[in-house]
Design a protein around this ligand. Structure first.
Ligand code: FNR
Length: 337
């Protein structure tokens, strides 16, 4: 599924989905850091029935794998985010819709009956968009806070990337550019460099929905996502799996901690759960599935990860997610016990 989009998509689109910031150091590290973690199997455990189901914010999902917010799905497939949403629903899991989607909040909401969350960035003009999502039945707001400015994705600049129409903004701001100035375009649609911790209260005041922060420790929010934006913002930020345990330790179970960045295998999911994540989000994998085979492709990606996680749990002797704990993985620097 990682290979198919490379062949199927025009270079500019493939580069947009797969690329990261600057040297792409963190991009590589996000994936490679998982390889430094090994799994300690238990044997002679009854694993005849494996249960992958769990809950996030009280909503039941079939496995601890959600679809991360990512922008511009119509570049991957003409049905765009509607196809991704249907695939997530078919897999009994939750999609977080990026506010920079190419289908509208309303189109995705009416595409199928399912629990969905909504992601936005920090900006006062988004009151309107957040409230639309709430009216359309989205169940939580994921606030992405690592983007006071746009990270420098040099492939997009070299490709003279032309942005598609972002339908959620129609009538709010001008959203078309001529491909010559991605930074100006993104500054217009996303980023507010002055937004800071004190403004989180404002966001909470305009919505009744639970608010989760991407990449932050708790400030009276309902949950956090340990994320470095798929290595698309600050290059040389640490790989997310390397900081997960520290964040989980600081949060002390007060709110759920979700995780994303570099999940490519079921074993990666198990490692993230063992280090304290309640569930993981997949970004690129979902978009690759969409580019390769539309709704069916996204569904297959989630199913493949779920199957791999189930096999990993059977082979390592953990029949339920509750059995998975910190002592079941060993990081590079730990000595054998
Ligand atoms: C993203 N991501 C992202 N995050 C967000 O909060 N809002 C957004 O609009 C986007 N857009 C976006 C586009 C593309 C093409 C990618 C690949 C990613 C980041 C995303 O939510 C998630 O943090 C990462 O994708 C997780 O890393 P992996 O799974 O791609 O390795």
């Amino acid at each position: 599924m990682e290979e198919l989009p490379r062949k199927a998509l025009p270079k500019m689109y493939y580069d947009y989905y797969s690329g990261g910031a600057e040297d792409e150091y963190t991009l590589k590290q996000n994936v490679e850091a998982f390889q430094g973690i090994t799994i300690r199997p238990r044997i002679l455990v009854d694993v005849s029935r494996i249960n992958l189901s769990t809950t996030v914010l009280g909503y039941k999902i079939s496995a601890p794998i959600l679809v991360a917010p990512s922008a511009k799905h119509k570049w991957a497939h003409p049905e765009g985010e509607v196809a991704t949403a249907r695939a997530a629903a078919a897999c009994d899991t939750i999609m977080i819709l990026s506010y920079r989607s190419t289908c509208t909040i309303e189109e995705v909401a009416s595409s199928c009956n399912a629990v969905r969350f909504f992601q936005c960035y920090t900006r006062y003009i988004y009151a309107n968009i957040v409230q639309r999502a709430e009216r359309c039945g989205y169940k939580a707001i994921f606030l992405t806070i690592d983007s006071p400015r746009l990270g420098r994705k040099e492939k997009d600049i070299k490709n003279k990337m032309v942005n598609p129409q972002l339908k959620n903004f129609e009538g709010l701001i001008s959203t078309q550019d001529d491909g010559s100035n991605i930074e100006a375009f993104d500054a217009n649609t996303a980023f507010d460099a002055s937004f800071s911790w004190k403004d989180i209260g404002w966001l909470r005041s305009i919505t009744n929905l639970p608010v989760l922060l991407k990449r932050a420790v708790e400030v009276g929010v309902d949950g956090i996502v340990v994320s470095n934006h798929g290595a698309r913002q600050l290059d040389y930020a640490p790989p997310t799996i390397s900081v997960l345990e520290e964040v989980v330790g600081a949060v002390k179970g007060k709110v759920p901690v979700l995780f994303d960045g570099g999940i490519r295998r079921g074993t990666d999911v198990l490692k993230a759960l063992a280090l304290g994540a309640q569930a993981v989000l997949i970004g690129r994998l979902a978009v690759y599935g969409l580019a390769a085979k539309g709704e069916y492709g996204v569904k297959r990606v989630i199913e493949m990860l779920r199957d791999e996680l189930e096999l990993t749990m059977a082979l390592s002797g953990y029949p339920t997610l509750n059995h998975i704990s910190r002592k079941h993985v060993r990081t590079k620097h730990e000595r054998p016990r």
